[in-house]
Design a protein around this ligand. Structure first.
Ligand SMILES: [Zn+2]
Ligand SMILES: [Zn+2]
Length: 616
């Protein structure tokens, strides 16, 4: 249809309104430069200066700077501002007034100056992909936990200059040459997406895959046992397997920043656009650390596509004044869990039994969690601010009511993959659906914001793409297993690939409804709702003095082996200054083990579908 003159007038009116909206917006700042120093590593205080060049229109207006409540990738609310101290402002050698506005915001008055420097210190002593650490060994930071943004100017380009202690080397996922200590970023969000390591003694290994460069930075705080060269080779296998599924990644270079903390408690993995931060609690030479590192690598590298680029609509740009609300983390994190494990198999690191055994273990965890029947995958995603590493000062009932979108999403991903393969007779897989989503939302959609290419999806979009591509209606699947809490159709899914899920009663012939933690003394860790332990008046935190007339030991279930359903077990516990005597009347067994096994009558067609699934 051709536009009539009247339509043109209407269109022009819209343009005029739009133009006036643009004019009404605050003018951009002339420049924003972050300067990061660390003159006293033993103090754990990062020194941050933000040098701001203001246009004339803004030199008399107060400016606000703000510390985020949380940072992308970890959705617990941490309030990073609690570690900020000594916020000051100067202009041309004279101090400028700084007022704290609320828990995360400071207001600064330029008083007519066009050049303003806001400075502060921020304490960081956590080795983590979420927080930051400065000590005499190194500086390792996650930008969201140390860099304030200028309110209203997150989209502005920013420069970063790092003043490292003498002899300390700087590296991050945007390092173009060794010795580099200045970066230009298109906006603040990309700057904080670039975690950085600064230390005298990290090592660097490199490899290429299909013309892209990969770097493996390792900082070890314990013996490596000579395992680093093999680790780098296995990381390369994982990269090849994942690139094999998705196709060439968008970047030219990618950096794995890996710490072996050797403190037995620091552990994390955090995804970024061109890097990942991985922290393992052990030393590389310790038993199990090598294997755990590869598991984290497979998960985090998968995020290059799933979550960092193909993302739920709410994942960037973010509002850091309130917790995140998205229904999509079961896809973003859960599918990444699923593929991380599948890729260990496709990369040749796990055999079929290891992969299937791990999935059976995830099924056991989900199906034995009481929260599985109360909280859906989407509700779990919306609960992320409560369950994703959040500080918990208040006693909660989340152990009984919540599930994690990681394992739940992992199982939804696996079952959906098998249903797609089975119902289309091998014509389509979840791999195809994920690639189609990546094309539609990341590669082909116009940019929806300043932050990143493309736009985000809603969970309904996955439902639509899976249904359209496969010709199989997935609306019922989403209704029952994603938005409601029904048990996933494991039997149908596994049957397509000639496998079956075998459920057997776990060893104990009764149910007590409690778990015990042995931290010095035996302490009740959790009491299930409506369980024999709850009926007996037991509570989490009670210290067990005796169980069935005996001292509680780590193999307490063996102590109870002589009892059966219906028996009454005497218990004595200490709660604060009270000694409580009670009896737990044991209930019907509720715990089951799961195994994924070959079907005796598996057909050649089913075996071929399984091979296609496992090999990719
Ligand atoms: Zn380090
Ligand atoms: Zn993840």
């Amino acid at each position: 249809m051709r536009a009539t003159p009247r339509r043109i007038i209407v269109a022009m009116a819209f343009i005029a309104v739009f133009a006036s909206l643009v004019v009404a917006q605050e003018p951009g700042l002339k420049s924003i430069t972050y300067r990061l120093s660390m003159s006293r590593p033993m103090s754990h205080l990062f020194e941050v200066s933000i040098l701001i060049e203001l246009p004339d229109e803004l030199k008399d207006k107060p400016l606000q700077v703000q510390m985020g409540r949380w940072a992308p990738g970890r959705y617990g609310v941490f309030d990073f501002a609690k570690n900020v101290q000594e916020v000051k402002a100067v202009s041309e050698g004279a101090t400028r007034p700084v007022t704290r506005v609320n828990d995360q915001t400071w207001s600064v008055s330029p008083l007519g100056a066009t050049g303003l420097t806001v400075s502060y210190k921020v304490f960081g002593n956590d080795l983590s992909g979420t927080f930051s650490q400065l000590d005499t060994r190194h500086a390792n930071y996650n930008g969201g936990s140390i860099f304030m943004y200028v309110v209203g100017h997150k989209p502005d380009p920013v420069k970063l200059e790092i003043n490292a202690p003498a002899g300390w080397k700087v590296i991050n996922g945007r390092t173009e040459r060794l010795g580099q200590n200045e970066w230009q970023f298109p906006n603040w969000d990309i700057m904080i997406d670039t975690p950085t390591e600064i230390a005298p003694d990290w090592t660097l290994d490199n490899f290429d895959v299909d013309g892209k460069k990969y770097h493996v930075m390792v900082h070890s705080f314990g013996p490596e046992g000579g395992k680093r060269p093999a680790l780098v080779k296995d990381i390369e296998k994982i990269v090849r397997a994942e690139v094999g599924m998705w196709g060439a990644p968008e970047f030219q270079e990618y950096t794995f920043l890996i710490h072996f903390a050797a403190d037995d408690h620091s552990g994390d993995g955090m995804e970024h656009l061109t890097s990942t931060q991985i922290i393992q609690p052990g030393a590389l030479g310790d038993p199990g650390t090598y294997e755990n590192t590869l598991g984290t690598v497979a998960h985090e590298f998968f995020h290059v596509w799933n979550v960092k680029r193909l993302r739920p609509q709410e994942l960037g740009p973010w509002d850091f004044t309130r917790p995140l609300a998205t229904r999509g983390l079961w896809i973003a994190e859960g599918f990444t869990n699923y593929y991380g494990r599948l890729m260990l198999h496709r990369a040749g690191i796990w055999d079929e039994q290891q992969f299937l055994g791990r999935e059976a273990e995830t099924i056991r965890g989900i199906e034995s969690a009481p929260g599985s029947r109360l909280m859906s995958a989407e509700e779990s995603s919306l609960s992320a601010p409560f369950i994703d590493g959040s500080p918990r000062a208040q006693t909660t009932n989340l152990e009984n009511t919540a599930i994690s979108y990681y394992p739940k999403g992992e199982l939804i991903g696996m079952v959906m993959d098998l249903l797609l393969r089975g119902r289309t007779k091998g014509k389509l897989s979840l791999d195809d659906v994920m690639r189609a989503m990546y094309e539609e939302f990341y590669v082909k959609s116009p940019n929806s914001s300043y932050y990143l290419r493309g736009r985000g999806y809603q969970t309904e979009d996955l439902e639509r793409v899976a249904s359209q591509r496969s010709g199989v209606d997935f609306s019922d699947f989403f209704k029952r297993y994603v938005r409601d809490v029904e048990v996933l159709p494991y039997d149908e899914a596994f049957a397509y690939v000639g496998l079956r899920l075998v459920k057997t009663q776990a060893k104990e012939p009764f149910n007590a409804g409690l778990s015990i933690q042995f931290a010095g003394a035996p302490i009740i860790e959790n009491v299930r709702n409506n369980s024999p332990a709850e009926n007996a008046g037991l509570e989490a935190g009670d210290q067990i003095v005796s169980l069935g007339g005996k001292e509680a030991t780590p193999d307490w279930l063996k102590t109870l082996a002589r009892y059966k359903t219906g028996d009454s077990v005497p218990m004595i516990v200490k709660r604060d200054r009270q000694t409580i005597r009670t009896n737990v009347v044991l209930g019907q067994p509720e715990r089951f083990d799961y195994a994924i096994q070959e079907k005796a009558d598996a057909t050649a067609e089913q075996k071929a579908l399984r091979a296609a699934w496992l090999k990719g």
